[in-house]
Design a protein around this ligand. Structure first.
Ligand SMILES: Cc1ncc(COP(=O)(O)O)c(C=O)c1O
Length: 413
C-alpha cells in the first residue's frame, strides 16, 4: 500500500496553512502528537525536577520517557543520548570533552561536503592541540565524497574522521557503515552528521557502527532539540562538561550542563507516537512481533516514507533534467539508495537569489544560499551565484505540490 499522504497531512496542523512547504531541510513542521505533549507538560508539570514531591517525580518520568523514545528512535541506550539545544552546540560541547583523546601530532579528518557544524568545531579543537587536520575533498563533477579519496588520508596517527551521512545540499547518501568500518580498521573513530538524513530514513546507530551521531529534531518532525548519540565506551572516556559535583554515572549528564529543556524533552515521545500511528494506519497491528515491536514499526513507517519520497524526487528531478541551463548539484537520479529528496540546482544566467522570491507570492516555500555548507558551495564555485536553489521535500509533501512547483519554475527558468 502506498503512503496515505492525506492521513499524514491530517497529523500536521501547520500544513493547513495553504503553503507548499519545501524548505524542510531547514526545518520541518511537527505533528500534533508532539505539540500536544509539549503543551500538556507546560500546562500541568512546569515544576523543577529531582525533588521528592509527587509532581516533580511525575515530571521527571515524562522527561525520561522522552530520552527513552529517542534512544529507541536511533537504536541506542538512553544514557548514550544527549538532548541539547542544537547539533552545533552539542558538537561544540562534545569537542571540548574529547580533548584528552588527542596528543600533539595526531590527526583528524574533516570533509569539504559537510555543514560547517561538523567542520569548524574540529578545526578549532585541532588548532589548540597541535593536531593536524586532513581534508577529505569532494569531487566537483558530482559534488560527492568518495571512499577512495579518504584512503590516503588515514594513517596510524588518525584519531577521528568527521563526515556527513547525507549532504544538506546535494541530498546524496553516503555509505556510513562502509566508511566507519574502514576508519575503525585504521584505529580511529567517526563523528557522523545525520541531520540531513534522519528525516528521511531509519537511523540505527548500532547497525551503522558509529561512535558519534548527531541529528536535529526540529528537522525530524520534533521541537528545537539536538540529539547527540555518543557510544558508551567513548562517552565513558569523555571529560564531563557539567559541574564537578554532578554525579555523571548517567553518562548523558556529562554533556548536559544546565540540564535539558524539560518541556521539549517531554514532547519527544510524540515523534514515535506519530510514526506508530502512521504504521498502524497502513499495516495490520496484529502482525507486529512483541519483541522489538517499536523498531519493527519504525522500519515499516520509514519504508512507506522512503517509497513516497522517491516518487516525489523522481517527479522533480525528471523535470529539472529536461530543462536546458539547469544544473543539478548532486545525484541526477532519484534512486532511494543514492539520495533523499533534497534537491539543489543552479540556472545558467540567473542568480540563485532571483528565483525563490518569485515563488513566494504563490505560497511555494523554497530557498537559496549556501545553507551553512559554506565550503562545498565555495569549492563548487557557486558563491558568486548566491549559492544554489534548494527544494527540500519530505514525506508530507504531495505530488500535487511538486506539480505546482514545477508549473511555477517553468514560468521562471
Ligand atoms: C546537515 C546539517 N548539519 C548540521 C546542521 C546544524 O544543526 P543545528 O541547527 O541543530 O545546529 C544543519 C542545519 O541546517 C544541517 O543541515
Amino acid at each position: 500500500m502506498p503512503l496515505d499522504v492525506e492521513f499524514v497531512r491530517r497529523q500536521f496542523p501547520a500544513l493547513s496553512s495553504g503553503w507548499a512547504l519545501m524548505d524542510n531541510a531547514g526545518g520541518s513542521v511537527m505533528p500534533r502528537q508532539v505539540s500536544d505533549l509539549a503543551s500538556d507538560y507546560m500546562r500541568r508539570y512546569q515544576v523543577q525536577l529531582g525533588a521528592s514531591y509527587g509532581l516533580s517525580v511525575e515530571a521527571g518520568e515524562l522527561v525520561a520517557d522522552g530520552r527513552q523514545a529517542m534512544a529507541d528512535f536511533v537504536g541506542a541506550d538512553p544514557d548514550e543520548i544527549i538532548l541539547g539545544p542544537s547539533t552545533t552546540i552539542n558538537l561544540e560541547l562534545l569537542a571540548g570533552s574529547l580533548r584528552g583523546l588527542f596528543e600533539p601530532g595526531d590527526e583528524l579528518v574533516v570533509t569539504h561536503l559537510d555543514h560547517e557544524s561538523n567542520v569548524g568545531v574540529w578545526r578549532r579543537l585541532a588548532e589548540t592541540l597541535d593536531v593536524t587536520v586532513r581534508e577529505w575533498t569532494l569531487r566537483p563533477e558530482t559534488a560527492s565524497l568518495e571512499l577512495d579519496d579518504l584512503e590516503p588520508l588515514l594513517n596510524d596517527r588518525t584519531r577521528l574522521v568527521c563526515f556527513t551521512h547525507c549532504s544538506n545540499i546535494a541530498g546524496q547518501i553516503l555509505d556510513v557503515a562502509a566508511i566507519t568500518e574502514r576508519v575503525h580498521a585504521a584505529g580511529a573513530k567517526v563523528c557522523v552528521d545525520g541531520v540531513a538524513f534522519a528525516p528521511h530514513r531509519r537511523v540505527d546507530v548500532r547497525a551503522l557502527g558509529v561512535d558519534i551521531y548527531a541529528l536535529s529534531l526540529y528537522k525530524t518532525y520534533g521541537p528545537h532539540v539536538g540529539l547527540l548519540y555518543v557510544r558508551r565506551d567513548l562517552l565513558q572516556q569523555a571529560a564531563s562538561r557539567n559541574h564537578y559535583f554532578v554525579d555523571d554515572s548517567k553518562l548523558n549528564l556529562k554533556l548536559e550542563p544546565g540540564n535539558t529543556n524539560y518541556e521539549l524533552a517531554a514532547s519527544l515521545p510524540g515523534i514515535l507516537d506519530y510514526f506508530e500511528a502512521l504504521e498502524s494506519h497502513h499495516f495490520d497491528l496484529e502482525a507486529v512481533p512483541a519483541k522489538g515491536a517499536r523498531s519493527v514499526r519504525l522500519n515499516r513507517a520509514f519504508e512507506l516514507i522512503t517509497e513516497h519520497e522517491e516518487r516525489l524526487a523522481k517527479r522533480l528531478l525528471d523535470y529539472l533534467r529536461s530543462k536546458a541551463g539547469v544544473r543539478i548539484v548532486g545525484p541526477e537520479g532519484h534512486d532511494r539508495a543514492t539520495r533523499v529528496p533534497t534537491v539543489s540546482f543552479t540556472v545558467e544566467g540567473q542568480k540563485s537569489s532571483s528565483i525563490p522570491p518569485r515563488l513566494d507570492p504563490h505560497r511555494v516555500a523554497i530557498r537559496y544560499g549556501h545553507f551553512y555548507a559554506y565550503r562545498p558551495i565555495r569549492d563548487l564555485g557557486l558563491m558568486d551565484n548566491d549559492g544554489v536553489v534548494r527544494v527540500s521535500l519530505v514525506h508530507y509533501n504531495t505530488e500535487a505540490e511538486v506539480d505546482r512547483l514545477i508549473e511555477l519554475l517553468d514560468s521562471v527558468l
